[in-house]
Design a protein around this ligand. Structure first.
Ligand SMILES: Cc1cc2nc3c(=O)[nH]c(=O)nc-3n(C[C@H](O)[C@H](O)[C@H](O)COP(=O)(O)O)c2cc1C
Length: 316
C-alpha cells in the first residue's frame, strides 16, 4: 500500500502587514497580557495576544456581578476596566517586549479624538506590533451612539486612528447592527487594514428569585459557543463586501469551529471565552488544523481562506 508522507503544513497567515506564525490570536479581554497563561501554554505556539482595551483615562468598570454564565456562553459587562493610557505605558507595556508571538494593542474611546490620541501613544511603542480598534463604545458627543453601529462614526474613529499610526490597524466590528457590511465598507474607506469580526452580541439574564437583572450593568455582551453562528454569518457577509483581511471570532472552541470561520473568509481567528475553560484550546486548535490540512492534501492554511464562500472578495 502506498502511503502519502505526512508533511508539516504551513499554518502561517497575514492580517494585512501583520505576519502571524499561527492563525490564532487571543481575543481582547480574555487573555490578560499573555503572562497569566504562560504557565499553561507555550506562547510561541499561538499567533499572538490582543491586549485588554485601554482608554485615555483610568476606568473602574461596571458594578458587580460582571460575568454571568448562560447556556453555551457567557454574559459579560466588565465596563472596560483599565488603568488608562499613561499608567499602562509606564507600568505594563515594557513587559510585552519578550513575547514570542505578536502583540496587538487594543484601543477604546468615547470620542473620535480619544481613538486618535490613544492609538498614537500606544502604537509609538516598539513592543506593540499592531493596533486593534474596539469601536463598540458609546460616543459621548453623540447621545451615546455606539461607534460600531453607525457607519459615519466608525469611519471617523478609523480615520483618526489611521492618521495616528502606520502600524497594521484592525478595526473590530459589532454584530449589533442591521447591516454589518455598511460598517465594514466605511472602515475600508477610512483606511483600516483589517477587520475583527465580531465583538459580543448584546444580551441579558434575569434572576427570577430576586426578580432583578443578573448583571450589575443590567445588559452585557454574549460570547462563547452560543454566538458562533451569528459571528460566522457576519464573517461570511463581510468577506463578500470588502477586500480587507478578516480576523474571525465568536465562540471558537475547536479546530472545526476555526475551520468554519477560515472557510467563510477569515484569514485568522481570535479565541476568547474558550480560554476560560481550557487554556490549551488554542494549541489544540492549531494541532487540529494541521491534521485537517494533512488529511485533505493542503500544504498551507492560506489555501483554505474563503474556500467555502463563492462571494469571497479577499486575497489568500
Ligand atoms: C470577559 C470579557 C472581556 C472582554 N473584553 C474586551 C475588551 O476589553 N475589548 C474588546 O475589544 N473585546 C472584549 N471582549 C470581547 C472578546 O474579545 C471577543 O471578541 C468576544 O468575546 C467573542 O469571542 P469569544 O466568543 O471567543 O469570546 C471581551 C470578552 C469577554 C468574555
Amino acid at each position: 500500500m502506498v502511503t502519502t508522507p505526512r508533511i508539516t503544513p504551513d499554518l502561517s497567515t497575514n492580517v494585512g502587514a501583520l505576519r502571524l506564525a499561527f492563525p490564532t490570536l487571543m481575543a481582547s479581554g480574555c487573555y490578560g497580557s499573555g503572562e497569566e497563561y504562560a504557565p499553561f501554554v507555550d506562547l510561541a505556539r499561538i499567533g499572538g495576544v490582543v491586549l485588554k482595551s485601554v482608554t485615555r483615562f483610568p476606568r473602574l468598570g461596571n458594578d458587580a456581578p460582571r460575568l454571568v454564565p448562560v447556556a453555551s456562553g457567557l454574559l459579560n459587562a466588565i465596563g472596560l476596566q483599565n488603568p488608562g493610557i499613561d499608567a499602562y505605558l509606564e507600568r505594563d507595556v515594557a513587559k510585552f517586549a519578550e513575547r514570542p508571538c505578536a502583540v496587538v494593542g487594543s484601543v477604546a474611546g468615547f470620542s473620535v479624538d480619544d481613538y486618535g490620541y490613544v492609538t498614537e501613544r500606544l502604537a509609538a511603542r516598539d513592543e506593540i506590533d499592531a493596533i486593534e480598534l474596539n469601536i463598540s463604545c458609546p460616543n459621548v458627543a453623540h447621545e451615546g451612539e455606539t461607534f460600531a453601529c453607525d457607519a459615519a462614526l466608525a469611519e471617523r474613529a478609523t480615520r483618526a486612528a489611521r492618521q495616528a499610526t502606520t502600524k497594521p490597524l484592525i478595526v473590530k466590528l459589532s454584530p449589533n447592527v442591521t447591516d454589518i457590511t455598511e460598517i465594514a465598507r466605511a472602515v475600508e474607506a477610512a483606511g483600516g487594514d483589517a477587520l475583527a469580526v465580531v465583538n459580543t452580541v448584546r444580551g441579558m439574564a434575569i434572576d427570577v428569585e430576586r426578580r432583578a437583572p443578573m448583571l450589575g450593568n443590567v445588559t452585557g455582551g454574549l460570547s462563547g459557543a452560543a454566538m458562533r453562528p451569528i459571528a460566522l454569518l457576519a464573517v461570511w457577509e463581510v468577506a463578500a463586501a470588502v477586500r480587507l483581511p478578516i480576523v474571525g471570532q465568536g465562540g471558537i472552541e475547536t479546530a472545526r469551529d476555526a475551520l468554519e470561520f477560515l472557510l467563510a473568509g477569515a484569514s485568522a481567528v481570535s479565541i476568547g471565552t474558550a480560554n476560560f475553560t481550557d487554556p490549551r484550546a488554542p494549541v489544540a486548535i492549531c494541532d487540529g488544523l494541521s491534521t485537517y490540512l494533512n488529511e485533505h492534501g493542503y500544504a498551507a492554511l492560506r489555501d483554505l481562506v474563503g474556500a467555502a464562500n463563492p462571494t469571497f472578495l479577499g486575497t489568500r
